[in-house]
Design a protein around this ligand. Structure first.
Ligand SMILES: Nc1ncnc2c1ncn2[C@@H]1O[C@H](COP(=O)(O)OP(=O)(O)OP(=O)(O)O)[C@@H](O)[C@H]1O
Ligand SMILES: [Mg+2]
Length: 261
């Protein structure tokens, strides 16, 4: 099977005060279509830069391939229009309502026909339980609601690939847990599942969400653990299987980093 995303021999380095900082050196990663792939790794290992490479925002120093659906993104930049991004903070425009922010997302990517926008906006705000609040401004709703609106802004594009960079890390634990449940529900509700690439440094979050876990070492980054997870949802933090998985991930990480928890 052709992977949805295939990174081949990626090199990335940045000039720094103490010489060149190597982030990736011949890094390879294949992401399966329809997977919920979680990239897990310590701060600074290169998770965000990897998402930026996948959607063409950042050109690596060298690469054999940045392949989406069998074609190299560098030869076909339009491939990035089947991807949408959800950032760490909601990044909503404060002078626009939540619905207008979603419309802004639709205009930005420009893949959905104009005539479908109102129905798409209504559909996905309803799906995340914000139907009644979509005409409010960001300052009139809670942080969790703002982040739900940020997910809608991406989701209305019905992207084949959803890139999510620590989208819940600024939320309190209860709200974050709700958001995870909601995201899984949204993702599962569609017949053809979207490919999600979700970045976190939270081991517990990875265990609750992933079908595929890719654990990265500190830079220069390599994959120190790659594993499929075949557990049903909803996964609760206190489920034995989830706890066991978390332990395995903590152990793998500690071993690699030479620390003990
Ligand atoms: N434009 C840049 N110029 C120089 N160095 C950069 C640039 N972008 C990223 N880096 C460096 O690359 C490394 C990886 O950055 P990246 O933001 O991908 O880390 P991360 O894994 O997402 O970390 P975090 O979990 O803290 O968000 C860091 O050391 C960072 O300082
Ligand atoms: Mg980051």
């Amino acid at each position: 099977m052709t992977p949805k995303v295939s990174l081949e021999d990626i090199d990335l380095s940045f000039p720094g005060a103490e010489g060149t900082k190597v982030i990736y050196d011949k890094f390879n990663l294949a992401i399966e279509e329809g997977s919920f792939t979680v990239l897990l790794g310590p701060s600074g290992c290169g998770k965000s830069t990897l998402l930026n490479i996948i959607n063409g925002l950042l050109e690596p120093t060298a690469a054999k391939g940045i392949v989406i659906d069998g074609e190299d993104l560098r030869n076909k930049p339009d491939l990035s229009r089947q991807m949408a991004y959800v950032f760490q903070g909601p990044r909503l425009l404060r002078w626009k309502t939540l619905a207008q922010n979603a419309e802004f997302g639709l205009r930005g990517l420009g893949v959905q026909p104009r005539a479908t926008w109102p129905a798409l906006i209504e559909k996905y705000f309803t799906a995340v339980g914000l139907r009644d609040s979509m005409h409010q401004y960001p300052h009139q709703v809670s942080g969790g609601m703002r982040q739900r609106a940020a997910i809608v802004r991406a989701w209305v594009n019905e992207p084949q690939i959803l890139l999510m960079d620590e989208p819940f890390s600024h939320l309190d634990e209860i709200t974050a847990a709700e958001m995870r449940r909601l995201l899984i529900k949204l993702w599962q509700s569609e017949e053809k599942r979207r490919t999600i690439v979700f970045v976190t440094h939270d081991i517990s979050e990875a265990a609750q969400l992933a079908t595929d876990i890719v654990m990265l070492t500190p830079a220069s980054s390599s994959i120190c653990l790659r594993r499929k997870v075949d557990l049903p949802w909803p996964r609760r933090m206190e489920d034995d299987a989830v706890i066991d998985l978390e332990k395995e991930l903590r152990h793998a990480f500690a071993e690699r980093a030479g620390i003990s928890f």
